[in-house]
Design a protein around this ligand. Structure first.
Ligand SMILES: C[S@@+](CC[C@H](N)C(=O)[O-])C[C@H]1O[C@@H](n2cnc3c(N)ncnc32)[C@H](O)[C@@H]1O
Length: 278
């Protein structure tokens, strides 16, 4: 079959050694979606981005959220964006055009290079799903947040990705295999509430959920890697080769006919670091 190259949501641990332009383009396409903008804006309110606040954006990518947070906390506040990728941190620094109280640093979310109780709030947006140890990253976020401060995580749950197509069972099988292979914790969205409760946070809540709806095959293919998913499934299940091709053809035909439809759920969890016993 003919596959087109896509910027798959995979290999986020190896950005600096692979084609970083793909990852930057991927992040920009995702961020450009109206629903992504809406939920991101809401996270800024929830994390407490008010003048004077000190905030950490863990896994900040190209830095757009940290820059937006810096605009909200103003000159009396302070924002740090941390990412494991030196290439993305370089891109984030390049995007700071105004005189803002924001710094970017390369670092690992499993071992944050900050003192305990350094920040009023920590924000983690679509990062935990890629990590070796999401619970360790949550513990680290709690450690560097002051007592009473907020920790916010936003993640999708890839098993909720639905496509309007006739063979639902095959579609689920292809997508589950694809995301389970590409994303270390592909269904972490549904685990967030439990992970926050188990981490000992107070006032744990899911204050926002969203459904990202994409009605263009090209955008869905860039963000979800549908052609790659089909190719991988054909390699894995050669006996289903024709059915998988029909699945892909149907999606592309739907796009030509103007009614391609995809939707995936994302969840925002928030909690507060407990105050020490008095
Ligand atoms: C899907 S991107 C999300 C970027 C950004 N938060 C956003 O919403 O646009 C995942 C990010 O996590 C970063 N990342 C992956 N593993 C990491 C780690 N161990 N420590 C810090 N950042 C990490 C990647 O470099 C990438 O920038």
């Amino acid at each position: 079959m003919t596959t087109q190259t896509t910027a798959q949501p995979t290999n986020w641990q190896r950005i600096d050694t692979t084609q970083s332009d793909y990852f930057i383009d991927y992040l920009d396409t995702a961020t450009a979606q109206v629903e992504m903008q809406r939920y991101k804006q809401k996270t800024y309110d929830l994390i407490g981005a008010v003048p004077g606040a000190t905030l950490l954006d863990i896994g900040c990518g190209t830095g757009d959220d940290a820059i937006a947070l810096a605009q909200l906390v103003g000159a009396t506040g302070h924002v740090v964006g941390l990412d494991r990728s030196a290439v993305l941190i370089e891109e984030a620094c390049r995007r700071v055009t105004d005189d803002l109280a924001v710094v970017f640093t390369v670092g690992d979310s499993h071992h944050l290079p900050f003192e305990a109780d350094s920040f009023d709030g920590c924000r983690i947006d679509r990062v935990l799903m890629h990590l070796d140890d999401p619970q360790c990253a949550i513990r680290e976020a709690i450690r560097v947040t002051r007592p009473g401060g907020r920790i916010l995580v936003r993640e999708p749950d890839w098993e909720t990705l639905i496509l309007d197509c006739s063979d639902r069972d095959l579609s689920r099988r292809i997508l589950n295999a694809h995301f389970d292979g590409a994303i270390r914790h592909s269904t972490i969205g549904r685990q967030l509430y439990r992970l926050f409760c188990q981490a000992g946070l107070d006032h744990v809540a899911i204050p926002d959920t969203s459904t990202l709806i994409l009605t263009e095959f090209a955008t869905a293919n860039q963000l979800y890697g549908l052609t790659d998913a089909a190719a991988q499934a054909q390699d894995q299940w050669p006996e289903l080769y024709d059915s998988i091709q029909t699945w892909l053809d149907e999606l592309q035909q739907a796009d030509r006919d103007g009614h391609f439809f995809s939707a995936v759920v994302g969840l925002t969890v928030i909690g507060c670091k407990p105050m020490p016993p008095s």
